[in-house]
Design a protein around this ligand. Structure first.
Ligand SMILES: Cc1cc2nc3c(=O)[nH]c(=O)nc-3n(C[C@H](O)[C@H](O)[C@H](O)COP(=O)(O)O)c2cc1C
Length: 197
């Protein structure tokens, strides 16, 4: 059976993390439920050249290939009728990459104001994996407290801080070093980075 993964892209800098995650996931037989916030679309346009086409076409134009048993479903941020809005939708985890401080704050406060917040809230209450890649620097005490609250509720806080011990040669290598750790958390195999040691 295909793994079901919820992926959200917020309006924090680093849309490339979300795209690279989708690239790695879609190589596998998976069902992806993708939600991009309104701000997420704006930052995507600014950082990646996305210009409003269907997201599948955009990914294909970026050279991303889909496994023949991979399915990508995209949902509007205001669609509370989408599967990830319900606790009865069994999934293997949700990743927010990148996660803005606004969305982190909403999750920490239990405010389910859009589908991303709601799906995260649902995964926490159902004790399913929720992985956040919060992006901001420096962090104020509110950001830190919100990360603490989300972690205490069961989220994995995974700041996108790339590693350098594998001698990266490009931005893509740096991004890969972060995404590999996300895939580890989701228990999804990959071949673009070797296990240390
Ligand atoms: C180019 C750009 C970069 C941004 N980078 C960040 C960021 O790194 N972290 C952050 O928390 N917000 C960032 N923001 C602000 C968020 O987009 C804004 O707070 C938005 O309301 C987040 O909404 P969302 O969580 O629904 O995506 C950025 C905005 C722009 C236009």
């Amino acid at each position: 059976m295909n793994k079901k993964i919820v992926v959200a892209i917020c309006g924090a800098s680093g849309s490339i993390y979300g795209i690279r995650l989708l690239k790695a996931l879609l190589k596998n037989p998976v069902n992806i439920y993708l939600v991009i916030s309104n701000a997420g679309y704006k930052v995507l346009e600014h950082e990646t050249g996305y210009s409003g086409e269907s997201f599948s076409s955009f990914l294909k134009d970026k050279g991303i290939t889909f496994n023949k048993n991979a399915y990508l479903y995209t949902h509007d941020q205001d669609d509370f009728f989408a599967p990830p809005a319900s606790g009865s939708f069994r999934n293997d985890g949700m990743v927010i990459a990148p996660c803005s401080m606004k969305t982190l704050g909403a999750i920490a406060a239990g405010i389910a104001d859009n589908l991303i917040h709601r799906a995260a809230d649902v995964n926490l209450k159902e004790k399913r994996p929720l992985i956040l890649l919060p992006r901001e620097t420096p962090l104020n005490i509110i950001h830190l407290k919100n990360m603490y609250m989300a972690a205490k509720a069961g989220a994995t806080i995974m700041p996108p801080s790339p590693s350098f011990y594998s001698n990266p040669k490009s931005i893509s290598d740096l991004v890969d070093s972060v995404i590999a750790r996300v895939l580890d958390c989701l228990k999804i195999e990959y071949d673009f980075i070797r296990e240390w040691g």
